[in-house]
Design a protein around this ligand. Structure first.
Ligand code: TNX
Length: 488
C-alpha cells in the first residue's frame, strides 16, 4: 500500500523520493545546534514526537553519527519569507530546514501530519521532499471571548489547533457589551465591575496580565502571535458600565447579557473619553509584543459619521503613539486612514467602493467574509449551535473562495491575508467552539496558506477526512460534514 501523504494546508511542493520510509523508533532523537532560540523549538518537536509515539524523545546538540535523527537546522538557501521551510525524509533521517525559527515550527507541524501508523503499530514518515511557504503573511482566527469567556487552558487548545494548520494570528475580541476580559492596569474597574457577566447570564471571567503574557508566550513558541481587540466606539457597554463618566448622564449603564448589537457607544464630546482611549490602548499595546492592535470600529448604529471618524482617529492615534499599527473592522474604511492600516472585511452585503478607496490610500485588506469565514454560522439548517445572518457555511463553502478577487477593484497586493472568525453568542464552552471550528478551520487555513493552483476541493476532501483520528485523540468535538468520507 503506498504511503498516505495528507498535509493540511497543502504544501507548495511535495515529491515522493522512492527511498525507504523513516520509522519512529526507540532510538529516535531530535538534533539541533545548541542556540537558545532553537532549543525551545527542538523541545517542541521532541514533545510532539513523544506524544504521538507514546515515549519520550531526547534532544541532542550533535549528530555524532546517530541513526533515526530528526535534524533541525537554520539555512540561508530557501526562498524568501520567515515561514518557508524544507522537509526531507528517508530511512534513518529527517531534515527540517528553514531560514528562521518560525519556519522550523511550520516544518515540525508538517512532520507531525506526515506520521502514519503502519501495520504493527510502527509510526512511519514516507520518504518525501517538501518545499513550502505561505501565500499570505496574515492567517488568522478571531475568537470572541467577550460574549462567552474562554479560560486560558481552552485558548491554549485553540492555539494548538491553529499551529497545527499553520495559522499565525490569534485575534482576541476581548471586550464587548456583555463583558470586559482583560485586566487593564490604568483602568481596574473594567474587570472588577464588568467581567463577571456573559450572554444569557452564563459565568464570565477575565485574563490577568500574567494570563495574557502566558497566552502570548504559548503562542509565540508555536508561531502564533496575539492581536488584541478592544472594540470602540460601539460594543462598549462593559466599559460604560464600569466607568459612568463615559456616559452623558455620568451614571453607569446597566449590565447587558442579550445578543443585540449596535446600541452602546462612546461620546466624542465627553472629557473622559479621550483619556479612556489613551489609557486603555497604551496599556494593551504595552502588554502586546506583536505589531498590531485592533480597535474594533464595527456596527456603531447610533452615531453620526463625523463623531465616528473622530473617535476612530483618537483610538488609532493612541495605538500608534504606543508604537503599534492599527487594525479595524471594515467600517473604519469610511474614515481617513494612515497607510498600512489593516481593514478587516466582514460584511459582504455592502458597497465595495470605500475598500477600493482605502486600498488606493495604502490600507491593507484582511479577508473575513461572513459568508465564508464566519465559523459561528451554522453548517446547515439542522445545526444546533450558531447563527445564520450570513447564511449557512458547509465545509466546501469555507474552502471554495478566492481572497484576491473577493472585493472587486481591490488589487491583489492590497490583501494582507485571511482570517476566520468565531463569535460566541451561542457557543458557551470549548466543545461548542471546536464543533464549529472543525473541520472548517482547516479549510480556511488552506485558503490562507496554499497557492490557488495548489487548492482542489476533491483533494482537500480526502485529506481532511484523515484528520478525524487526530481530533478524536485530542478529545475534541467536531462536525462530521456529509461532504467528507471520514476515516475513523
Ligand atoms: C457581527 S462581525 C458582529 C459581531 C457579531 C457577529 C455574529 C462584526 C464586526 N460584528 O458583533 O458577534 O456578527 O456573527
Amino acid at each position: 500500500m503506498p504511503d498516505v501523504i495528507a498535509v493540511i494546508p497543502q504544501p507548495a511542493v511535495v515529491e515522493t523520493t522512492g527511498d525507504a520510509s523513516f520509522e519512529l523508533t526507540e532510538a529516535t532523537t531530535v538534533v539541533v545546534d545548541g542556540r537558545p532560540d532553537l532549543i525551545g523549538i527542538a523541545v517542541l518537536a521532541a514533545d510532539l514526537l513523544g506524544r504521538v509515539g507514546g515515549r519520550a524523545v531526547e534532544v541532542r546538540y550533535a549528530e555524532n553519527g546517530a541513526d533515526d535523527i530528526v535534524r533541525l537546522r537554520l539555512v540561508e538557501s530557501l526562498p524568501a519569507g520567515d515561514e518557508a521551510y524544507r522537509l526531507t525524509s528517508r530511512k534513518g533521517r529527517i531534515d527540517l530546514e528553514a531560514r528562521t525559527p518560525a519556519g522550523l515550527v511550520r516544518a515540525i507541524v508538517t512532520l507531525r501530519q506526515l506520521l502514519v501508523a503502519a501495520p504493527g503499530g510502527v509510526l512511519r514518515v514516507p520518504a518525501v521532499r517538501i518545499e513550502d511557504a505561505p501565500r499570505y503573511q496574515w492567517r488568522g482566527l478571531s475568537v470572541d471571548v467577550a460574549r462567552h469567556f474562554l479560560p486560558v487552558r481552552d485558548l491554549k487548545v485553540v492555539i494548538g489547533l491553529m499551529a497545527h494548520y499553520k495559522l499565525n494570528v490569534l485575534h482576541l475580541h476581548l471586550t464587548d457589551d456583555q463583558g470586559w476580559r482583560l485586566h487593564v492596569r490604568s483602568r481596574p474597574l473594567l474587570t472588577r465591575l464588568s467581567s463577571s457577566t456573559s450572554v444569557d447570564g452564563d459565568p464570565g471571567g477575565f485574563y490577568t496580565a500574567e494570563d495574557y503574557a502566558d497566552l502570548v508566550a504559548y503562542g509565540a513558541v508555536r508561531g502564533v502571535r496575539v492581536v488584541p481587540e478592544v472594540d470602540v466606539p460601539g460594543h462598549v457597554n462593559a466599559a460604560t458600565h464600569a466607568y459612568g463618566e463615559l456616559n452623558p448622564t455620568g451614571e453607569p449603564t446597566e449590565t447587558y447579557t442579550g445578543i443585540e448589537v449596535g446600541f452602546s457607544r462612546l461620546h466624542a464630546d465627553l472629557p473622559a473619553t479621550g483619556a479612556f482611549l489613551t489609557d486603555v490602548f497604551s496599556d494593551v499595546a504595552a502588554m502586546t509584543p506583536g505589531e498590531y492592535v485592533h480597535i474594533g470600529g464595527d456596527e456603531v448604529l447610533t452615531m453620526e459619521a463625523d463623531e465616528y471618524a473622530t473617535l476612530v482617529a483618537a483610538a488609532s492615534a493612541a495605538v500608534r503613539a504606543a508604537g503599534k499599527k492599527v487594525v479595524g473592522w471594515q467600517e473604519i474604511a469610511h474614515t481617513p486612514l494612515e497607510p498600512g492600516t489593516v481593514v478587516q472585511y466582514w460584511d459582504t452585503r455592502v458597497d465595495p467602493a470605500p475598500f477600493v478607496a482605502a486600498a488606493q490610500a495604502g490600507a491593507l485588506l484582511l479577508m473575513s467574509p461572513g459568508s465564508k469565514a464566519y465559523l459561528d454560522m451554522k453548517y446547515d439548517a439542522s445545526t444546533d449551535l450558531g447563527l445564520e445572518w450570513a447564511g449557512h457555511i458547509e465545509l466546501r463553502d469555507a474552502y471554495d473562495w478566492e481572497p484576491s478577487t473577493l472585493i472587486e477593484g481591490v488589487p491583489a497586493e492590497s490583501v494582507i491575508g485571511v482570517e476566520a472568525a468565531v463569535w460566541t453568542e451561542t457557543l458557551r464552552d470549548l466543545p461548542a467552539l471546536t464543533q464549529m471550528l472543525l473541520p472548517r478551520l482547516a479549510a480556511i487555513a488552506e485558503v490562507a496558506w496554499s497557492a490557488p493552483e495548489r487548492r482542489d476541493w476533491d483533494d482537500f476532501r480526502t485529506r481532511v477526512g484523515r484528520q478525524a483520528p487526530f481530533w478524536d485523540r485530542l478529545g475534541l468535538s467536531w462536525y462530521a460534514s456529509p461532504q467528507v468520507d471520514w476515516t475513523r
